[in-house]
Design a binder for this molecule. Sequence first.
Ligand SMILES: [Zn+2]
Length: 257
Amino acid sequence: MLTHRSNTAFLLSGILLWLGIRFFYPVSAFFLLIPVLVWLALAVTGSFSVRWNYHLQARHENPASEHIALTFDDGPTPYTAEVLDLLKEHGQKATFFLIGRQVEKYPELVKRMLTEGHTVGNHTYSHARNTGFMNVRQMEEEIRAADRAIRAVISRKVKFYRPPYGVTNPSVKKAVQYTGHTVMGWSIRSLDTVIRQEEKILDRIFRRLKPGRVILLHDTSERSVNVLRELLDKLGEKALRSVSLDELFTIEAYEEI
Ligand SMILES: [Zn+2]
């Protein structure tokens, strides 16, 4: 898998090659642009696609498992209660990646998640639009502040972290090294916040649905709740069980405090 380090090594090799050729032939500086543009294109794509493991190793699926894992980002919100009702009705478990600021608004919903057997993880304190441009110190503080908000409610320190927008970069990499979180990605992106038609979202999920996969949803709109309702029926038909990420990967979701 291509990483930021190997991509940069390719860039340096390209520059050295250009310098080497230029030593013997008057080659144009234009050719120097090629490795630079390739590096840039790969760096941008890698940063926006957590599944590439370009900057850091994240967990996206467990092909050895016979279960799947439903995950919900950006809550809690007033829609979270409906999501929890549906999960309870179908006896399915999920993982919620919480925004610290939202946790302070709806602490009862977070308590309910734990009482009903779900797992919670960290999704930064403010989910700021400029998350991808923060320096290491700011990034670390975003993660630690969310940890504190969650800990104030459930008296546990969470170990799972999911980067907002799936954006990773050297700052995120360093920050999670300092905080010691396990980075969680996904293998099915529902695009439930982007695609308007519920059928299209469901179709997208169903086409990719197989054991071991991690599905990314959001507990932030009625549309996502409707999608979940259909999805849970389908899981029932296929006898697929959704488990929390700690169960899917057999790892601890919380740290002793
Ligand atoms: Zn998010």
